[in-house]
Design a protein around this ligand. Structure first.
Ligand code: CP
Length: 305
């Protein structure tokens, strides 16, 4: 009941106790416990920005919990297209729904929604800022496949500047004793805000541009797409597009036990020939999104405890 009605906006608002509790409850949901934890409730699923995995895994999770769903998958089909403000949209949906799940292209949009809604708001991604529920499934996948998170060496690779999955995951990992390798082209390094956060939590990290030099060290290599849509200047994007590709040419620079994760969608960071390698866990990771989100909904409903 401790977390009943809570908003989930940023990893900064959370703590190790919550993450450990969520991991434990996600495991139980995956084992078949806690079905119908939101029976009789209405969950609003508001996607102002495109999504495949987050939207559809939330839809699946909502069905698993026994809740009903309302919402839209494009701002174009909502009255946003007529000029309605975000606040008015949220204040209206707050009249209908018990929980609001929202993705938006503007950083801070989820925080704003939480300020005006009585219903709890779950941030399903706000611009280049945060993507907490992606982080929950990332953590759960690492926890399952590595038997825990403590003392792991984890590489975060690709677009560390604009990648919201990276921002949330780096913060979440800082609640554990891990060692990070921040692998990116120099213009896509982790913003100073997050570096300062790692420093404040005394997390050991290394900054590098080449994963092949440190691949054997890694328990986990978490790859991300270069976020073309976040670049103001397409020329800048072209300079770094295709900076990394894991393929049969370089995969053996990883150890045989390194798991490869990716929040997806991918562009060309991981060649499809790698998909059958036992270290490639990104589709398995995507499936865990259903269990993690079902657990989160039940916790926020106050019925998983
Ligand atoms: N990982 C992720 O957020 O994917 P979608 O954009 O497809 O939801």
């Amino acid at each position: 009941m401790k977390y009943k009605g809570m908003d989930v906006i940023s990893l900064r608002d959370l703590d190790r106790d919550f993450l450990d509790f969520l991991l434990k409850k996600t495991k139980e949901v995956k084992e078949g416990k806690w079905q119908n934890s939101c029976k009789g409730m209405i969950v609003a699923s508001l996607f102002f920005e495109p999504s495949t995995r987050t939207k559809l895994s939330f839809d699946t999770a909502i069905a698993m919990t026994g809740a009903s769903m309302i919402g839209f998958s494009s701002a174009a089909t909502s009255s946003t297209a007529k000029g309605e403000s975000l606040s008015d949209t949220i204040k209206t949906i707050d009249q209908y729904a018990n929980i609001i799940v929202m993705r938006h292209s503007i950083e801070g949009a989820a925080r704003r929604a939480a300020e005006v809604a009585n219903a709890p708001v779950i941030n399903a991604g706000d611009g280049a800022n945060q993507h907490p529920t992606q982080t929950f499934l990332d953590l759960f996948t690492i926890y399952e496949l590595k038997g825990g998170i403590e003392n792991l060496k984890i590489g975060l690779m690709g677009d560390l500047r604009f990648g919201r999955t990276i921002h949330s995951l780096a913060m979440a990992l800082s609640y554990y004793n891990v060692e990070l390798y921040l692998i990116s082209p120099s213009i896509l390094q982790l913003p100073s805000y997050y570096i300062d956060y790692l420093d404040s939590k005394k997390i050991k990290y290394h900054i590098t541009e080449d994963f092949t030099q440190i691949g054997k060290e890694l328990d986990v290599l978490y790859c991300t797409r270069i976020q073309r849509e976040r670049f103001a200047d397409p020329v800048e994007y072209e300079k770094v597009a295709g900076s990394y590709e894991i393929s049969t040419k370089n995969i053996d620079s990883l150890s045989k036990d390194t798991i490869i994760l990716h929040p997806l969608p991918r562009v060309n960071e991981i060649h499809s020939s790698i998909d059958t390698d036992p270290r490639a866990k990104y589709f398995y990771q995507a499936k865990n999104g259903v269990y993690t989100r079902a657990a989160l909904l039940g916790i926020i409903a106050g019925n998983i405890n």
